[in-house]
Write a protein that binds this ligand. Sequence first.
Ligand SMILES: [Zn+2]
Length: 242
Amino acid sequence: MYEKETEQLQKIVDDSRRIVFFGGAGVSTESGIPDFRSADGIYHQHYRYSPEEVVSHTFFLNHTEAFYEFYKEKMMILDAKPNAAHRKLAELEQAGKLTAVVTQNIDGLHQAAGSKCVYELHGSIHRNYCMDCGKFYSAEYVKGSAGIPRCECGGIIKPDVVLYEEGLDSGTISGAVRAISEADTLIIGGTSLVVYPAAGFIDYFRGKHLVVINKSETGRTVRAELTIAAPIGEILGRLEVR
Ligand SMILES: [Zn+2]
């Protein structure tokens, strides 16, 4: 399956020198990280609040312990490994064909695969800071702490992830916008493009080739040259870097 599409994508990649990859939750689901928004039956039996409610700034401040219960279990999947998509994107960067990865994911798997230029629009579970003194803590420390993770100074540790009601980091935004606006090819993968403001980034693309690879249909109409309805790792994994 997908031979024709893969061949078309290979031609586009061969023709490109400044690829930017824009990825969403679908890139990580193939590494076993579930999209926390995909509320399932088990979720509703266990938690009283919706995922969006829990992962909000207000909820973090008012129900810190419940926030961490959900966050540690559903969003900190620390044993996840990069998949074929992460590895191929790192390989393309190393070969000088890809300039940046822009991601909505917070799991750090692009860096784990070797990617250097990664704009993490929603932050990272691997960066955690004391709200009082600013001391840094690892994801392992946060996940392993009982209840609310606390600093040695007694302050509460907050993950450097963008919660609902919080703004995106301006440096990350400008870097991502610059990379996308200078790209000759933009590959959008594993996202339904419904999460704003991240979805608005696509409008900055002025290059030649726009490709969308996503298992399900995208949430907004994109004037893509090539659309592949398939798992992202399966498609990218087949690309030859030359
Ligand atoms: Zn502290």
